[in-house]
Ligand binder design. Structure first.
Ligand code: EPZ
Length: 416
């Protein structure tokens, strides 16, 4: 099993291109099942999560091939309406296929995705949304057996915003008779990107990015070409790396307006940040200072996925940084590992209290989840000496070659 070896304690200097957004590519790959023809997804990141999604597409009967960062999906043939447990188990976000397969085939069978490293991951909002559109769902015994005599548009009022449930509802509603209105919809940029792809396939969808999305069901959609938006969390990870190690780095192929809340916290910590057309430059010279509390909430508030990397950047910030994690129940597992580097962190339920320390020292640490693993790399860059990060399978789910990106930023890093 390979590990990441990072020699930290030196400022960064370099420039890196930000990869395509994982959390946009995955639902758009599922949406391609509805487009009966060939779709081309440009800027598709090469990740283990996208690899699993390609295997699911092939299993259900799509032809999939790649050319550079373009992914071709031909979903002309009839769809096999089920995902095997083996593939469901590899990636819980495969649940976003539910709405697409159901809308295309009139039925869908898959195992419930179950919890993950971040804690229980219920899908009650997905299920209630699809039932509202006329789906019979048997969710007993760890499997979802869904069928419909024909989806019918309706009103879906989410009690709290859910990215995946909003995506599933959008996908199913494109084939539901009549109009569907989704209220309290998630407003993430990835939802807008999904709408943009759906519109190109001929679907009638509007309102993504606001809390109300309206869809008018249509017949078969056709294939479309779409370029996936840049990955805002990868961008936040590289900015946090510079905040942690110091120096100056530049990101390109990025959309800073997708992560203004994170830029704001980094600025409060003392980083200077310049945002331009598709570019962001960050500089950190002096010792960081603790920002105002970092409280995660649905977009456009501070994103939960950026909490771990920003915690890593805050470990040596003068003062006390308070984190409140409102989205997932178990998203502080990286704290224990950071304490092995000398960090001073206390966690209690949703809250983590980080007291800045003067020095961190390299250590052998283990990733327990995707963003927590990336955060350990960010912390290692600010630690004196060599760190070894295990559990790279978690990090490789969401970052194309994290070692290449960090090396381009001037880090002394290798995968061994
Ligand atoms: C998406 O997960 C992202 N994953 C996550 O990114 C991200 O952290 C999350 O949205 C929040 O922004 C993908 O897009 C593939 P939710 P998702 O449904 O859709 C509760 C990463 O690191 N909920 O918005 O699963 C849920 O428990 C990953 O890239 C229900 O109660 O998140 C959570 O507390 C991690 N019932 C909250 O809603 C449901 O039916 C938000 O979850 C569904 C969700």
């Amino acid at each position: 099993m390979s590990v990441l070896q990072i020699a930290g304690g030196r400022p960064l200097s370099g420039i890196v291109r930000v990869q395509g957004a994982k959390n946009s590519a995955l639902p758009i790959m599922a949406a391609a099942v509805l487009a009966e023809g060939i779709s081309v997804i440009e800027n598709c990141p090469k990740l283990s999560d996208t690899d699993v999604t390609i295997r699911i597409l092939r299993y259900i009967g799509c032809e999939v091939w790649q050319d550079g960062d373009c992914l071709y999906i031909d979903s002309s043939k009839p769809i096999i309406p089920e995902i095997p447990d083996s593939l469901m188990g590899e990636m819980r976000s495969s649940v976003v296929f539910l709405g697409a397969i159901l809308a295309r085939a009139g039925e869908a069978r898959l195992s419930t995705p179950g919890g993950c490293e971040l804690g229980p991951r219920p899908i009650d909002l997905h299920i209630s949304a699809l039932r509202t559109l006329g789906t019979e769902i048997d969710d007993s015994g760890g499997r979802l057996v869904c069928k419909t005599a024909g989806l019918v548009g309706g009103r879906i009022d989410f009690p709290n915003p859910s990215v995946g449930a909003t995506e599933n509802a959008m996908l199913a509603a494109t084939r539901a008779e009549g109009v569907t209105v989704i209220t309290n919809a998630a407003k993430e940029p990835e939802i807008e990107d999904l709408q943009s792809f759906l519109q190109k396939t001929g679907a009638l969808v509007a309102g993504a990015g606001t809390s109300q999305i309206r869809i008018r069901g249509t017949g078969a959609a056709h294939g479309a070409r779409h370029r996936v938006i840049p990955d805002r969390i990868a961008a936040c990870t590289w900015l946090a790396a510079c905040a942690s190690a110091g120096g100056e780095v530049k990101l390109y192929d990025t959309e800073p307006r997708h992560y203004l809340s994170v830029i704001h916290s980094l600025h409060e910590m003392g980083c200077s940040i310049e945002a331009g057309e598709g570019m962001v430059t960050i500089k950190r010279k002096d010792t960081l200072r603790a920002p105002r509390p970092i409280i995660t909430n649905p977009y456009p508030a501070f994103p939960t996925d950026a909490q771990p990397p920003l915690m890593a950047a805050a470990l040596k910030a003068e003062g006390t940084t308070v984190f409140v994690e409102n989205i997932f129940e178990n998203r502080y597992r990286h704290a224990e590992e950071m304490k092995r580097m000398g960090a001073d962190i206390k966690t209690e339920g949703k809250t983590a209290i980080v007291c800045g320390v003067r020095k961190l020292k390299g250590a052998v640490v283990k990733a327990a989840d995707l963003r927590g693993g990336a955060a350990l790399a960010v912390a290692a860059l600010g630690a004196e000496g060599v760190s070894e990060i295990r559990g790279l399978n978690h990090i490789d789910r969401g970052y194309e070659s994290i070692e290449t990106a960090l090396a381009e930023l001037g880090a002394e890093v290798q995968r061994i």
